[in-house]
Ligand binder design. Structure first.
Ligand SMILES: Cc1cc2nc3c(=O)[nH]c(=O)nc-3n(C[C@H](O)[C@H](O)[C@H](O)COP(=O)(O)OP(=O)(O)OC[C@H]3O[C@@H](n4cnc5c(N)ncnc54)[C@H](O)[C@@H]3O)c2cc1C
Length: 504
């Protein structure tokens, strides 16, 4: 039985030999080859990571242009627009699972790790195994700054403009990658091609589940292991901060609170302020260390397709468009997988292109079947997980978590000791589950002290809203290595002519 790795290695060596031989035999020079032309709309983390990965995989056989509306050019150099330019940079902490992170180009990984902007707070998991390392948390602003700096050192063409889809622009390219985030305008323009999102699978009794979350920009003094425990044992508050404690405390609102927030005039409504203060207490945040408040509306839709042919096949060269990152699959951010699935979507397209591209051949729809399939797998895996962060099943009946929080004063006892016991039991079970998976140990007594500081109404909400469904939402992850093997781009080669045998 031949060794599978050796066979693979040999195949790669042969392909490289063909590459060299092909260039030699057919008299191609690199400059005379027709390059793959890609335009990326949106220079957020997914658009930039796609551009950098394609540049790394295809080397000089690619021409990449990327448009970003939040960039500006000053003296010929590209920068992020600032507050004065009408752009408020995003400060939230995003956590990338280590397996998707490890598939990014090595130099990019090294640059991000050496920049001193990465924290490791969250536990090992199926997608962040011990062998590779803990999940990597970044402030999205730092990540975008370093990705842009990295891209500036390459041949990627950076255009500080809003991309608009028109025939002359698109005709210049083979591929349009839409990385415009969850409100993608180009996806809307192309709705006849991609179809519209279907709310049905993420609705209860015909009503789409929509969470309103307040994001409080804070500095927390709590130890990171205690923060992980207190976040996972309930569904009302979520803390995601860096190693120094800077980041966001998120508060999931009830429908009535969301209405109060939307109709507020100036100050934070008193009732809501009380719940914000309880969250600050739980996560060791001084009131003076709360800097700003943003609100997010979170809901999900099912998408029918992620790739499309833009023009009819005929005499003209076919062009294809792809939805990636949040433009493809915007997730509820509670379980924190949005960017991880965005990276996998971008890398899947990059590797699919690498597998199927030939400079002398146009793409056909079938070339992208594998990528389209992987996009559906990513959608299924991550929206299933996120749905567990939006709803909870009780006695065979499904409820939005925000509704369980609303009704907790009716469903939960009024006894502080009983409520704390229920939460401590969750901590105890979680400790067994998290054993050796966190960087720090966590004393249960410190958690008990924190819970004791809370009011009965808050404790009722923490118990009534349930905890993270880590068991039900866990399980196998989508691994790109199962589908793609990296190899150099194949240049068409002519089979070497067999040497003439002279028979004696
Ligand atoms: C509070 C919060 C917490 C989160 N926490 C996590 C987490 O812990 N882990 C995680 O993995 N994910 C998390 N996410 C999700 C993560 O932030 C997103 O998945 C990620 O930012 C998606 O990247 P993207 O590049 O697809 O889209 P975006 O980040 O939205 O970037 C899209 C870019 O496209 C640009 N653009 C749009 N239209 C055009 C156009 N027509 N022309 C030019 N440019 C255009 C925009 O200006 C923007 O820069 C969180 C999100 C939020 C809001």
């Amino acid at each position: 039985m031949p060794n599978r790795n050796l066979v693979q290695k040999q195949r790669e060596v042969n392909e490289e030999a063909h590459l060299v031989e092909g260039l030699f035999l057919s008299g191609y020079s690199k400059s005379s080859l027709s390059k793959l032309k890609i335009v990326i709309s949106g220079g957020g983390p997914v658009g930039l990571m796609l551009a950098i990965s394609l540049n790394d995989l295809f080397k000089e056989y690619i021409d990449i242009t990327i448009y970003e509306a939040r960039w500006k050019a000053v003296d010929g150099r590209i920068f992020w627009k600032s507050k004065e330019d009408g752009n408020s940079r995003r400060q939230q902490v995003v956590t990338i699972q280590s397996r998707p992170f490890s598939l990014l180009p090595r130099d990019l990984q090294a640059a991000l790790m050496q920049a001193g902007i990465c924290s490791e707070i969250w536990p090992y998991s199926e997608d962040s195994p011990k062998l590779i390392g803990r999940p990597k948390s970044f402030h999205i602003k730092d990540l975008e700054d370093h990705l842009l700096d990295y891209a500036l050192k390459t041949d990627i063409k950076l255009i500080p403009q809003t991309f608009t889809i028109d025939k002359p622009t698109v005709a210049l390219y083979d591929i349009l990658a839409i990385c415009e985030g969850s409100h993608s305008p180009t996806r809307k323009t192309l709705k006849d091609k991609f179809g519209e999102g279907d709310q049905t699978p993420y609705s209860i009794n015909g009503k789409q589940v929509v969470d309103t979350v307040l994001g409080l920009q804070v500095k927390s003094r709590i130890k990171s292991a205690a923060a992980v425990f207190l976040t996972i044992i309930q569904n009302r508050y979520l803390l995601n901060v860096d190693q120094q404690g800077f980041g966001y405390l998120n508060l999931r609102l009830t429908a009535a609170e969301a209405e109060q927030w939307e109709n507020r005039t100036g100050a934070i409504p008193a009732e809501l302020l009380k719940h914000i203060q309880q969250g600050l207490k739980l996560f060791d945040i001084l009131p003076a260390d709360m800097k700003s408040i943003h609100s997010f509306k979170l809901s999900m839709v099912h998408r029918n397709r992620f790739s499309t042919q833009l023009n009819q096949s005929g005499k003209q060269k076919p062009q294809f468009a792809f939805l990636l990152g949040d433009a493809a699959n915007a997730l509820h951010f509670w379980p924190g997988r949005g960017l991880s699935q965005g990276i996998l979507s971008a890398l899947s397209l990059a590797h699919c292109l690498l597998d199927r591209w030939r400079p002398d051949k146009a793409f056909r729809e079938a070339d992208f079947s594998k990528h389209e399939g992987i996009m559906h797998m990513l959608q299924h895996r991550h929206k299933t997980r996120a749905w567990y962060a939006m709803t909870k099943s009780i006695d065979d009946q499904l409820y939005p978590i925000q509704e369980l929080i609303t009704n907790s004063h009716l469903t939960q006892p009024n006894d502080k000791a009983v409520l704390i016991d229920a939460l401590m039991e969750r901590c105890f079970n979680l400790r067994k589950n998290l054993a050796d998976r966190l960087a720090e140990k966590c004393a249960l007594t410190s958690l008990y002290r924190k819970l004791r500081m809370l009011e009965v109404e808050t404790l009722q909400m923490l118990v009534g809203g349930g905890q993270w469904e880590t068991q039900l939402s866990g399980g196998p992850e989508i691994r790109l290595n199962d589908f793609y093997v990296s190899k150099p781009p194949l240049i068409p080669f002519q089979k070497p002519r067999l040497a003439t045998h002279i028979c004696g």
